[in-house]
Design a protein around this ligand. Structure first.
Ligand SMILES: [Zn+2]
Length: 505
């Protein structure tokens, strides 16, 4: 490696360290900070971010990248080497960082700053009309964003590419349409069975102290490494990392409901284990992180659902939960428990949705975002459009907008294109597990016994270790030999829920 590359690498390491310092301030804000600390903390984070931004977009940085790129090219590093991958990554990032005019960024800050409190109040008071003018501004900013970023086929491509690089809206639409066409009838069939699964025992008092005591057991059961991890408490759980050897999660503890801590912990562990698994050779570079929101979500859903809601997992681990909560679960059999945690029930709120209905919430938002972006509906027309889609996809209509189009914080800022990554994560997860078990049947044998070693080996090798070296579509096709394919998800859910609900058709 030559001098130019090493000089660039040195700068990249510094930028990385500054970013991690800013993230540590975020972690502390969410987990430890007293309420009055907010103002000071915002300033500290903002100062660091300004330093990072000006360092990352400086002319000096641009020149360094160019010189190092020439050097790496002349030295002939192969496409999948760290050197060539890092040059690809920073060249693109630098160009994108320069694309947004300062004026546009200032307006985003201004509009979302004003929209957020109005949205919070509107949701609380079920007053969509007060939020509508702000949503119109967010739509306008999103349209501008698409033009600034540029696109070939359709506007939404530009936006979805910010979160899932290389993915085309038309492809996602086709895949989502397939999922919808298969899932809606399955949900209806389940609904026709009536309320046959009792999950009331999940909703009773579960001591928070006990939840906190046993959470590490379930984190370790899905493969989380506490020598390089830590569980904190936060109202809105997230995973965050400062290096591959310090990838933390947060969980919330609900005294009246067993699920949030249990499946929330496994979900965040999935995110953190992706970061723990990035290659050592990528450390202190932007390649040492998951490649996209969608692939990240595939890892969290893998451990929350495909592993964490499987029969095999609970056959192995249910006794632990029973020991912890003998009065609540003592009389509940493994079968009853397994069915209850997999109960399908169309509901209004996305974050509370079950494994089968969840994607419908996302597809609805994906369709509406395009309609807003393309000027087919204005903010004022959103509630009606929302309710119509809810009825078609889930057979229910929210009684108010607070439980409908006002429920998510996402549309207080121009973040169109983010929602679909949640559903892509579910689809990638099934597709990856399908390939993994074909290549190594021992994975299935292990999962049937609640073990995850072979699965981790496969994921480490095919997903985790390459970090952000490859774009999501490229990574998925390297790992599975195929493009995004909804069939493994459809087959998995059909088989699983047909068995649980005894559907024979
Ligand atoms: Zn997640």
């Amino acid at each position: 490696m030559g001098n130019q590359y090493n000089t660039l690498l040195n700068k990249i390491h510094q930028l990385h360290d500054l970013e991690k310092a800013a993230q540590l301030l975020v972690w502390d804000r969410e987990v430890n900070m007293p309420p009055m600390g907010a103002a000071g903390r915002t300033q500290q984070i903002s100062t660091l971010q300004q330093m990072i931004h000006s360092m990352g977009t400086s002319d000096e940085m641009g020149a360094l990248i160019e010189q190092a790129a020439d050097e790496v090219q002349s030295e002939g590093h192969p496409y999948d080497s760290v050197e060539a991958s890092l040059i690809r990554f920073v060249t693109r990032g630098y160009a994108e960082g320069k694309k947004f005019p300062a004026e546009h960024i200032a307006r985003i800050t201004e509009v979302s700053g004003a929209a957020m409190p109005v949205w919070a109040k509107a949701r609380q008071e079920n007053d969509f009309p007060s939020f509508a003018p702000y949503l119109d501004q967010v739509i306008e900013l999103s349209q501008e964003q698409a033009e600034i970023l540029g696109y070939e086929d359709e506007k939404y491509d530009a936006l979805i590419n910010q979160y899932e690089r290389g993915v085309k809206t038309a492809d996602v639409r086709q895949v989502f349409d397939t999922v919808k066409a298969q899932t809606v009838p399955l949900i209806q069939e389940i609904q026709e069975k009536g309320d046959v699964i009792d999950d009331t025992f999940l909703h009773q008092e579960y001591s928070v102290a006990t939840q906190q005591k046993i959470a590490p057991y379930f984190a370790e059961a899905v493969g989380y490494d506490f020598q390089r991890g830590h569980i904190g408490t936060a109202t809105h759980p997230f995973a965050i990392n400062f290096s591959r050897d310090d990838a933390r999660i947060t969980t919330r503890w609900n005294k009246q409901f067993l699920n949030p801590f249990l499946f929330g912990t496994m979900h965040e562990c999935g995110h953190a284990m992706y970061e723990q698994g990035t290659g050592e050779d990528l450390a202190r570079t932007p390649l040492a992180r998951g490649t996209s929101m969608g692939v990240h979500e595939s890892q969290s859903r893998m451990f929350e659902n495909l592993v964490g809601r499987s029969y095999g997992f609970w056959q192995a681990h249910y006794h632990k939960l029973k020991e912890a909560f003998p009065s609540q679960l003592g009389d509940i059999s493994l079968d009853q428990f397994y069915k209850a945690i997999n109960k399908v029930q169309p509901s209004f709120i996305r974050v509370e949705a079950d494994e089968l209905t969840y994607n419908m919430h996302i597809i609805l938002r994906f369709e509406l975002e395009q309609e807003m972006l393309n000027g087919k509906i204005t903010a004022a027309q959103l509630p009606e459009a929302w309710n119509n889609k809810m009825e078609t996809m889930l057979g229910i209509v929210p009684e108010n907008d607070s439980n409908g189009c006002l429920q998510d914080i996402h549309w207080t800022r121009p973040s169109f294109g983010y929602f679909p990554t949640y559903a892509l994560g579910n689809l990638y997860a099934s597709q990856l597990l399908d390939t993994a078990t074909q290549q190594n049947p021992a994975i299935n044998d292990e999962l049937a016994n609640g073990q995850v070693t072979a699965l981790h080996q496969w994921l480490g090798e095919h997903i985790h270790k390459s970090g952000s070296k490859y774009d999501p579509a490229e990574l998925i096709s390297r790992a599975t030999g195929n493009t995004l394919d909804p069939q493994p998800f459809i087959q998995y859910t059909t088989k699983k829920f047909s068995a649980i609900y005894e559907l024979y058709s």
